[in-house]
Design a protein around this ligand. Structure first.
Ligand SMILES: NC(=O)c1ccc[n+]([C@@H]2O[C@H](COP(=O)([O-])OP(=O)(O)OC[C@H]3O[C@@H](n4cnc5c(N)ncnc54)[C@H](OP(=O)(O)O)[C@@H]3O)[C@@H](O)[C@H]2O)c1
Length: 218
């Protein structure tokens, strides 16, 4: 019954690494494409890695977007990791839109799943909330995207996680019993696959819903 082909962004990161694992483990996923700027350093029969250097222009790797059922977009940075609002926008907004356009051109019926984050709000008091809030609206309006708002993602170990997150991770794991505050990274991937199978579109998904979806899909 293997039938889905998914394209994962951010697979070298914490959230994307977990989502990638969930996809590789899913029986009905036939092929997992990972579009990265550095090698993943892992091999799997279902995995096809595409290493690319310019994430604002996917013309040279357009073929990676073709024949895809869903794009699981887990690429992003914390606002603490960039020097300016312009740099944050360039990664959060420009790269995501470039990928969404490439997906729509090559696989017009594919689902776009975008990880924003809990607290995302177009009128929010912090810059990142507004940038991601406006982006969510644009992605839902133009591409019918599903926007995922996880709280703390207990994901794969990541080289470049903010140091505060690395230090806080053991404490944050204590939040596991709270459905609104914690999600296992692989459950996020399972929920995205569940949403793909059910044809979900144009919707915001909060943390507790991610957990419920993951539970219903296992
Ligand atoms: N972790 C959490 O608890 C959490 C919670 C809610 C929302 N989120 C959101 O989820 C997203 C991913 O977070 P994460 O924790 O997985 O981050 P992460 O571990 O730092 O991973 C970031 C991923 O994005 C890629 N990336 C970053 N900048 C890039 C660029 N300029 N060009 C190409 N690739 C780039 C990285 O690639 P390289 O490996 O090549 O650098 C990596 O694959 C972010 O938007 C974050 O705000 C995270």
């Amino acid at each position: 019954m293997a039938s889905l082909t998914v394209l994962v962004f951010g697979a070298t990161g914490s959230a994307g690494g977990s989502v990638l694992r969930a996809c590789l483990d899913a029986a009905d996923v036939r092929e997992v494409r990972a579009l990265t700027r550095r090698p993943l350093g892992t091999a799997h029969a279902k995995l096809r890695e595409v290493v690319h250097d310019d994430f604002t222009d996917f013309t040279r790797v357009a073929e990676a977007f073709a024949g895809v059922d869903a794009c699981l977009f887990c690429l992003g940075v914390s606002v603490t990791q960039v020097p300016s609002e312009a740099a944050y926008r360039a990664i959060t907004h420009d790269i995501t839109l470039a990928a969404a356009r490439a997906l729509a051109a090559q696989s017009p019926t594919a689902a776009l799943h975008y990880i924003s984050g809990q607290g995302t709000d177009p009128g929010g008091r912090m810059m990142w909330m507004r940038v991601k809030g406006a982006l969510e609206r644009q992605l839902m309006d133009e591409f019918g995207a599903v926007c995922w708002r996880p709280a703390f993602i207990d994901g794969e170990a990541s080289d470049h996680a903010p140091w505060m997150l690395k230090v806080a991770t053991p404490l944050l794991r204590l939040l596991k019993p709270f459905a609104r505050l914690y999600v296992d990274g692989r459950d996020l991937g399972r929920a995205m696959l569940h949403a793909t199978r059910t044809g979900m579109r144009r919707r915001v998904v909060e943390n507790h819903e991610i957990r419920a979806m993951a539970a219903s899909s296992s």
